[in-house]
Each structure stands twice: as C-alpha cells, then as structure tokens.
Write a protein that binds this ligand. Sequence first.
Ligand SMILES: [Cu+2]
Length: 147
Amino acid sequence: MKVARLVVFLGALCLLAGCGVASTNPPVPEAHEIAIDRAGAGAVRLTAEEYRFGLSKVTVRAGQVDFVLTNRGKWIHEAVVVPVEGTRYGQPVAQVGSVPSGESGAARVTLAPGRYIIVCLLAASRDGDVVSHWSQGMEAELEVTPS
Ligand SMILES: [Cu+2]
C-alpha cells in the first residue's frame, strides 16, 4: 500500500509539474480552479489543517461539482481529487492548488460516478526525509453517485 501510494504520489507530482508522464490526454487540474465566489451553494467545502481534511459532505451527485478549500492550518495545503477504482488510483482530475494559511481556493470539475479521494500532495522535509502530507493523514473519501 505504501509503495502504491508513493508511486501515485510521485506520478501526480510529475503530472502537476508537467514533466511529461506518458499518458493519453492528461488532465490539467489547474485549469479547473475558479474564484471562490463562483462556487455554488452545493459545493463540497473542505477544511485543511495539519494533517487532516474536514468535508462538508462525503457524497455528491455526478456532474458539475465545486470544491472550496479553506486552510485552517499553519502550513500551505492543497486538495487534489483522485479517482479510485478498486485498489488503483487514476490520474488527478482537479486541484485546489497551494492555499496559504487562513486563505481559501476553489475548483470546479465534472465528475463521473465512482469513488474518489481528496489528498494533499505537498510535502515537508522532516529529519532529512521528505514526508508527504498525504502520508501524514491528509486523505478524505468522496462518493459520487449517479445523477
Ligand atoms: Cu498539506
């Protein structure tokens, strides 16, 4: 499990950094970011802190879904939406990128039914090791039901 997580973690970092992972039609998560005041009333509201997410809801209907991330922690956090099929992680489909302490960001994406996780892919250096916020517990589950 840890190896799988590391692989997807590195793959996602690579994807977000645009370093050319072989993929057909890779998504561009940043393109989904929107102004906070454009987020709908039904948005999934996320809070981030060290090192966990809080979610206003854990189930949404398929279709257009808005995410609003508010950082209540000390460090920068982000929310990356990743589809999960069985034990496999897909490519990230949306991201609310690096949100500083006390600030908020939003993203809008069209989601198909299925299971998703929301993770923070940022990492910190600790005692000489690079430790991802994800591995510290910044993962939440979201179920998208058929609309
Ligand atoms: Cu984080």
